[in-house]
Design a protein around this ligand. Structure first.
Ligand code: GLN
Length: 195
């Protein structure tokens, strides 16, 4: 069975581990380059992308993360994790870097102050006919996508792109790990198994 890691520098690591367990996969927290080398796939949690970036730099993880993703390691990012997987950020702090790998531009804190946090039921055909209840917390949206990027879901009222896939990389603006619905994690585990 492939070993799934959860990047455990900051953010809702435990919630992702619980969801992965619900979807049938034990997982291991990743904090070091050696820890990263020991996993076959990685979840990048929600949290604060500026903090995750700074800690990844401090712990010497940014370059190893870039290398693994470029080599085809499956990865799934929620919210701050989506920002980390994006090739380009709008509204980042000065000098903010990402792991990248997905040919997308994300806008941080895109939904604005009045709707810092909200919930919505999304049409998400890749998960089947039932809508997905999505929790957004100071969420980014995907502002631009490259040719190889598949749009998986949009906010129904505004059309903003909030779930994308590019090959083995998956990202959502929202936090399925804060709900009881493990379908997004199950989709990621399918990608991991295919790889
Ligand atoms: N606003 C946060 C950031 O820029 C993301 C919020 C989240 O992950 N819930 O990283």
């Amino acid at each position: 069975q492939p070993i799934v890691g959860v990047l455990a520098l900051q953010g809702d690591v435990r919630e992702h581990q619980r969801m992965l367990a619900d979807a049938g996969a034990p997982s291991t927290p990743v904090r070091t380059p050696d820890g990263l080398a020991a996993v076959d796939a990685l979840v990048l949690p929600g949290g604060e992308s500026t903090t995750i970036w700074r800690l990844a730099r401090t712990f010497g993880l940014l370059e190893p993360l870039r290398r693994r993703v470029a080599e085809g390691m499956p990865a799934y990012g929620s919210c701050a994790g989506m920002i980390m997987l994006a090739d380009r950020i709008e509204g980042g702090v000065a000098g903010q870097e990402t792991v990248g790998g997905m040919d997308i531009t994300v806008r941080r804190n895109a939904f604005g102050r009045q709707v810092d946090s909200f919930e919505a039921d999304l049409d998400f055909p890749a998960l089947g006919p039932d809508p997905l209840h999505a929790v957004f917390i100071r969420a980014p949206w995907v502002e631009k996508i490259g040719d190889g990027v598949e749009v998986l879901a949009r906010v129904p009222s505004t059309g903003n792109i909030v779930a994308v896939r590019q090959g083995r990389l998956l990202a959502t603006s929202f936090h399925p790990e804060l709900t009881a619905d493990a379908r997004v994690h199950a989709l990621f585990l399918d990608i991991v198994k295919e790889a």
